[in-house]
Each structure stands twice: as structure tokens, then as C-alpha cells.
Ligand binder design. Structure first.
Ligand code: SF4
Length: 125
């Protein structure tokens, strides 16, 4: 699948270069910097409907891109990581068998967009 822009920049005010410059730097030691770092670790390893609530923790997490990329690259089998349940990650992996380096792909997507989870998942799926 090809990466496509989410939408045109109707005002033409923000070039791809300026968006890239505005994107936050990739955080390699992200694990302790997430919104869940001080939460109950078991809260993200729930099942069923509780996963929807667990995913709320990931909304607005400053390292959601890094966390999701890590979970996808490592085929993390359980839990909510990067705002996605294991089922959602498996579906994404099935959709994109061509991707061998999720970190590189998600870094590129974030550099060209706003870095939100919605943007990332729309553009990589
Ligand atoms: S995206 Fe979610 S699971 Fe990952 S570090 Fe942030 S809060 Fe924790």
C-alpha cells in the first residue's frame, strides 16, 4: 500500500518541510515516558470491552508512535500498545505484510503529519 497524504493543505501555508521540522524527535527510550508509566501495568493487559477503556490511556501519549512501532516490529502478542489492541495490531500486520520495519515507516509518517495515533493508523493501514 502506498502512503497518501491525509488531506491537502488548502491554505498552502505549511510545507512538508516545515511539518517535518515541527515533528517531535523520535524517542528511543520511550518506555518510561508514556502516559501509562505510572499506571497499573496490568491495566493495559485486559480483555474484551475493557480494552476500549485501556486504549484511552494511549490517547495523547507523547510516545504513542514509538510504542506502536515497537509493538508491531516485535509482534508483541498481548495487551494494548500504542493505542491498539493485539487484535488490531494483528489485523494491521496482515494488511501490510510488505512492511519489514514499522519503526521506519511510522517515523516517516509522523515526520509528514501531526503524529497523532489517528493520523498514523490511517496512513500506514
Ligand atoms: S501508547 Fe499507551 S501503552 Fe504505549 S506508552 Fe503510551 S500509554 Fe503506554
Amino acid at each position: 500500500m502506498t502512503l497518501v497524504p491525509l488531506r491537502d493543505d488548502p491554505a498552502g501555508e505549511q510545507s512538508a518541510r516545515s511539518r517535518a521540522a515541527a515533528a517531535p524527535a523520535w524517542t528511543h527510550d520511550w518506555a518510561g515516558k508514556g502516559r501509562c508509566a505510572k499506571a497499573d501495568p496490568d491495566a493495559l493487559f485486559v480483555q474484551g470491552k475493557e480494552q476500549r477503556l485501556a486504549k484511552v490511556v494511549c490517547r495523547g501519549c507523547p510516545v504513542v508512535a514509538e510504542c506502536l512501532a515497537d509493538a508491531l516490529d516485535n509482534r508483541t502478542p498481548f495487551g494494548v500498545w500504542g493505542g491498539m489492541t493485539e487484535r488490531e495490531r494483528r489485523a494491521l500486520l496482515r494488511t501490510r505484510p510488505d512492511v519489514t520495519n514499522w519503526t521506519a515507516l511510522i517515523q516517516a509518517v509522523r515526520a509528514g503529519g501531526d503524529g497523532s495515533l489517528d493520523t498514523i493508523t490511517q496512513r500506514v493501514g
